[in-house]
Design a protein around this ligand. Structure first.
Ligand code: LLP
Length: 361
């Protein structure tokens, strides 16, 4: 089993370098992410590139660096062939299959149902492999199949049903003589518990998948993002002031939806804890400085009495945190601090107001 970390979850260079040291490969979804993993010293042969709408420039970049391209439509395959031919190289690719399995996760995180924009059906995948066998794409080398059925997958059985669709396509390819077809990439999606409730672990997924994979002789690849990065990060914020609109307890802090958009975007519930443990004073609404009423980090966090300057930690923000941050309201983004072995260091410096002017004339 091989891990290709999903870079979109947290792409800080220090995080990427650390994961590379631990032996991870990388899954990227843009030219920017690709250049970032290369800057972190990744071995390009252990990088895959997914994405529904890769531009011609991105395809050329991928072929030039010999990364594995996960094609997401029949229309993309001739484009990849053209990129490979124009560079006089062979391109290694996998087919992202949309197994048509609806996973019971948040609707925004479903990617594997038959209406999603991602991947191709298994029928399209088999016909693409037949076209490879027929010699239509002479510069393409098929390595296997790929899926990502969604994030926070709650039921291992869902993943097994979807993986079974991929296994059939992989077998079809091999039976047609495509001996390079070895990769069975099941994507990411291991859930993490944001509220302490019990969830299936990777071991539960492994146990559920075992019968399907028995005797298959394939190279299993997984692309976890959140499971690796999520619990490893916290967002520390300082209380700016507190107030009591209509008698409700409200805590206003110096971060919000611009730095951490999951609560506003998905109604995601992240625990908020005081850095200094003190007895609770009951539920408080925690909101940020942005001029939007959706700029709320928690509707009712259990918090002690707070004063300006007190520090709070928004928990489990290591995945889909900084990578989704923006400069909305011309707010600079915070620094990223890596803590390792009791040592803290600035891995990305704090943005300044001056930084916000630098792209414009
Ligand atoms: N592989 C592919 C092709 C993906 O599209 C994704 C996530 C992953 C792997 C990693 O999934 P994970 O193991 O992290 O669940 N912004 C949302 C999540 C969107 C994830 C999209 N794709 C959030 O904040 O929850």
């Amino acid at each position: 089993m091989d891990v290709f970390y999903s870079v979109k979850a947290n792409s800080n260079l220090s995080v990427l370098r650390h994961l590379k040291e631990l032996g991870a490969g990388f899954d990227v979804v843009s030219g920017g992410e690709l250049l970032r993993v290369l800057a972190a010293g990744a071995d390009p042969s252990r990088v895959s590139f997914a994405g529904v709408a890769k531009t011609a420039e991105e395809l050329l970049l991928a072929v030039k660096h010999d990364v594995i391209v996960h094609v997401e439509s029949a229309e993309e395959v001739p484009r990849l062939q053209e990129a490979a031919a124009s560079l006089g190289r062979r391109a290694r690719f996998g087919i992202r299959i949309n197994p048509g399995v609806k996973v019971d996760t948040l609707v925004h995180m479903q990617t594997g149902s038959d209406r999603a924009k991602f991947g191709v059906t298994s029928e399209v995948a088999t016909s693409l492999l037949d076209r490879v066998v027929a010699g239509e794409f002479p510069d393409l080398v098929p390595l296997g199949v790929h899926m990502h059925v969604g994030s926070m997958v709650p039921e291992p059985a869902d993943m097994v049903r979807a993986a079974a669709v991929l296994v059939d396509v992989l077998r079809h390819g091999r039976e047609s003589g495509l001996t390079t077809m070895r990769r069975l990439d099941l994507g990411g999606g291991f859930p993490i518990s944001y509220d302490g409730a019990a969830l299936p672990s990777p071991a539960d997924f492994a146990a559920a998948l075992e019968p399907l994979l028995e005797g298959l002789d394939a190279d299993l690849v997984l692309e976890p993002g959140r499971y690796i990065a999520g619990p490893a990060g916290v967002l520390v914020t300082s209380v700016t002031l507190t107030k009591r609109p209509a008698g409700r307890r409200m805590v206003l802090v110096d971060t919000g939806m611009h730095h951490f958009v999951r609560p506003a975007l998905y109604q995601a519930a992240h625990r908020i804890l005081p850095l200094e443990e003190r007895p609770s004073a009951g539920p408080a609404e925690v909101v940020g400085p942005i001029c939007e009423s959706t700029d709320q980090l928690a509707p009712a966090a259990d918090l002690p009495d707070l004063a300006p300057g007190d520090l709070l930690a928004v928990m489990d923000t290591g995945a889909y945190g900084m990578v989704m941050a923006s400069n909305y309201n011309n707010q600079p983004r915070p620094p990223e601090i890596v803590v390792s072995g009791g040592q803290a260091r600035v891995a990305r410096r704090r943005e300044t107001w001056q930084d916000l002017l630098m792209y414009e004339e």
